[in-house]
Design a protein around this ligand. Structure first.
Ligand SMILES: *Cc1c(COP(=O)(O)O)cnc(C)c1O
Length: 399
């Protein structure tokens, strides 16, 4: 943005930051958005320049005007404790790049038992092969995590709320203990985004987002971001460089384009999800709704303390019923698509069962579980769709 020369850019509130951060109108010759720069080679004008690696850009993998704009915008959003943001080709790549940044052979890692399943697969697969031991912990452990530390515990990975089961971890308490033991804290902050949870202000050293979800916001990119404080950033940057992590220019552009409207989209996802969560909670077929924004949720107090909003993703536990009834419900819905991922403009539903992979805690909700993403459709249309689903559910239960 235009800043009169010699003056410091003013501090803005988040809505303004989302619109203005990372924009360099003069460099874009007046255009508002950066170009989609497709580039590998950067030419140096003189031998002296190439000897000195002089110039703002050296090589496509290390950055382009497109990645610069997105990284600057994300940095402004992550807040004053953010020392840098790295870009990754998927949310999983962001997580694995962050883990590889801090761990080495012989280290011990603590991971929340409600972590995104592919995160667990990486720990149990590749990290185990490279000599890193993982211990899973109860997401509700809080400061009780102290007893799980070993002399070689190097990092703790949290995810709050868990992206299927929605337990709220006490991240500040866990971070306080981790730092007293010399360990770093990595947070998968995909559910809230930095708009509703400033991880780096809550003791987290490295904050991940699957930008595939709300940053992209339109179900049209795979993307990840890795924000870090001054302790984590040199490690993350090193990992990105050594692993050769980089993203395609179209996806970088689309991530930035999505970011500009994050605030209005999330506000609508939140309002609709809260209304739908209450609607589900009042249904006779539903045992309970797992959504920290509901006052009845066990994680509500922590959510209220540490988060400034809730996104559009929650789960419901149905009263015990037949698998046939649940399938009839799912097969009848037309506005709720069945599929993985979330965070786009559209509503989604998936059945899930955490008992398949949990190891530190038992998952026994007492009935079938469904995860819903509430999109930007009209609420009455969504309710009518779900009412049709429950009619089919109840009909299938009778036979
Ligand atoms: C989707 C998701 C990821 C992985 O993101 P991809 O872009 O699909 O690799 C990681 N963490 C959470 C919580 C997610 O929902």
């Amino acid at each position: 943005m235009k800043t009169p020369s010699g003056t410091k850019p003013p501090r803005h509130r988040t809505a303004t930051t989302l619109v203005t951060a990372g924009r360099d109108t003069a460099a874009q010759r007046g255009f508002i958005n950066p170009p989609v720069v497709r580039g590998s080679t950067v030419l140096y004008p003189t031998a002296a320049d190439i000897h000195a690696h002089r110039g703002e850009y050296q090589y496509g993998r290390h950055g382009t005007p497109t990645t610069k704009a997105l990284r600057e915008a994300l940095m402004a959003l992550e807040g004053d404790n953010c020392a840098g943001v790295g870009l990754a080709p998927s949310g999983v790549a962001a997580i694995t790049t962050a883990l590889l940044a801090v761990l080495k052979a012989g280290d011990h890692l603590l991971v929340t038992d409600n972590a995104y399943r592919p995160t667990r697969s990486f720990c149990d697969g590749m990290l185990a092969r490279y000599g890193v031991e993982t211990t899973y912990f109860d997401p509700l452990i809080g400061s009780g995590i102290a007893t799980l530390f070993k002399p070689n515990t190097r990092a703790v990975l949290v995810e709050a709320p868990g992206s299927q089961s929605f337990e709220m971890s006490d991240i500040p308490a866990i971070a306080g203990i981790a730092h007293s033991k010399g360990a770093l804290v990595i947070d998968d902050n995909t559910w809230a985004t930095p708009l509703y949870h400033r991880s780096l202000d809550q003791g987290v050293d490295i904050s991940i987002q699957a930008a595939t979800k709300y940053i992209g916001g339109h179900s049209d990119i795979m993307f990840g971001t890795i924000a870090a404080n001054k302790v984590g950033w040199p490690l993350v940057l090193d990992s990105i460089r050594l692993l050769g992590v980089c993203c395609g220019p179209d996806d970088v552009f689309l991530a930035l384009r999505g970011l500009r409207t994050l605030k209005v989209r999330l506000a609508q996802h939140q309002a609709s999800a809260l209304a739908m969560a209450k609607w589900f909670a009042a249904r006779p077929e539903v045992d309970r709704v797992l959504y920290p924004a509901l006052e009845s949720d066990p994680g509500h107090a922590i959510w209220k303390r540490d988060f400034t909003g809730a996104s559009g993703l929650f789960s419901v536990v149905l009263k015990p019923t037949t698998a046939k009834a649940v399938d009839a419900f799912l097969d009848t819905l037309t506005l709720f698509g069945m599929g993985y991922s979330w965070g786009g403009f559209e509503s989604l539903v998936v059945p899930f069962d955490c008992s398949e992979y949990r190891t530190a805690t038992a998952w026994a909700p007492g009935g079938p579980t469904l995860r819903l993403h509430i999109g930007l459709e009209d609420l009455d249309d969504l309710k009518a769709d779900l009412e049709n689903g429950f009619a089919a559910f109840n009909a299938a239960r009778q036979v």
